[in-house]
Design a protein around this ligand. Sequence first.
Ligand code: SF4
Ligand code: SF4
Length: 405
Amino acid sequence: MAALDLRRFSFKQLMEIDGCTRCGECITWCPTFAEKQELDAITPLRKIEALQKLIRQQYGLRARLFGPRPLDETLLSSHASGTYDCTLCGRCGWVCPVHIDTRSLWIAMRQQLVDMERHPEPMNTLRQTVTSAYNISGDANSERLIWSQNLPTIPEGVKGKAQAEVVYFVGCVSSFYPQSYSIPQSFVEILDKAGVDFLTLGAAEQCCGFPLIIAGMGDSARELVQHNVEAVRRAGARTLVASCPSCYHTWHSNYPRLIGEALGFQVLHSTEFVRDLIAEGRLRLGSFDQPVTYHDPCDLGRTSGIYDAPREVIRAIPGIEFTEMKDTRQYSLCCGGGGDVEMADKELSARVARRRLEQAQATGARVILSACQQCVRTLAGAARSAKARLRVMDVVELVARVIEG
Ligand code: SF4
Ligand code: SF4
């Protein structure tokens, strides 16, 4: 009999499950429900209600008096699809009047569903790929620097230095998906021009574990985490910088908890690092005269609280015309690319991206900037399907384009 293990939830989460007021505010803000209204189980409120019912069936008063009832299979299966048809954008948590940390709750629910073997089958493939190939694409991990092959000059830090002040953690998507190569190419060009003592880990870099953690399979990520921390410590770095917001968040917020101690070096996102280089006068920027807008990546904004650094970098570019979208900062709409949704429901991911693209088009921008390879990839896909005359770029790609000297 499938059984819930309440130890997967913290005391705070159990209080939150109980404390939902059923006001429904979160439903209005949920981007996946906006696109899939036929699936009621997808809403944040219904996910919590389903869990309340399942918990009652096993641990309620009646269950204590007469023994637990078998879990309602129909409810369990709609709860499972609702829990994975979620981009983990965290918008529902931001608007929740009783401050339920929904994103963490959804991840705990996924862990529970994995324990009960009620997770979508593609997640098993993901786990198998990441734990055997050490990256999400399944390519040979020794090819991690393939993105650097057509750089006009390969910086020393990419050729294979043993030690440096800064480690640039490239991340799986930028390392292996050709559409994203120009992000690490641009970022190492910036580091090189600013004279930063940096290195990339090459084959010694392994997936940060984020895709497994958010799939509810965090237990399978522990070896990757330990390996990566040791690799950065061996490099003697004082700073780790990631251009991927999900890698950044995982290193910054999950790693110290997972290894049970402080990392011993600071963790920054690429936009924070570039902002500091500009402030120190280490980069000279030329002008850019096309109207732009900026899309907040969920894992950089709502999840990590970094809203200003990318905007400061954009505004530092002379002549730039920057207009915010309708939903921005904490209220930013998801690009549709988060939460492993693409793996569970590709069409849903594309529909959410289309909605965000329309908001960008309404600003009159010719360029959508973001600070995440996944957002750039998802929004660029939406722009291609809609035949929209818009370019989608990461902030570091724009900086590399206007950098002088
Ligand atoms: S995290 Fe985002 S997609 Fe998931 S339920 Fe909340 S608002 Fe909806
Ligand atoms: S906004 Fe918060 S309290 Fe209201 S229904 Fe959603 S989760 Fe429950």
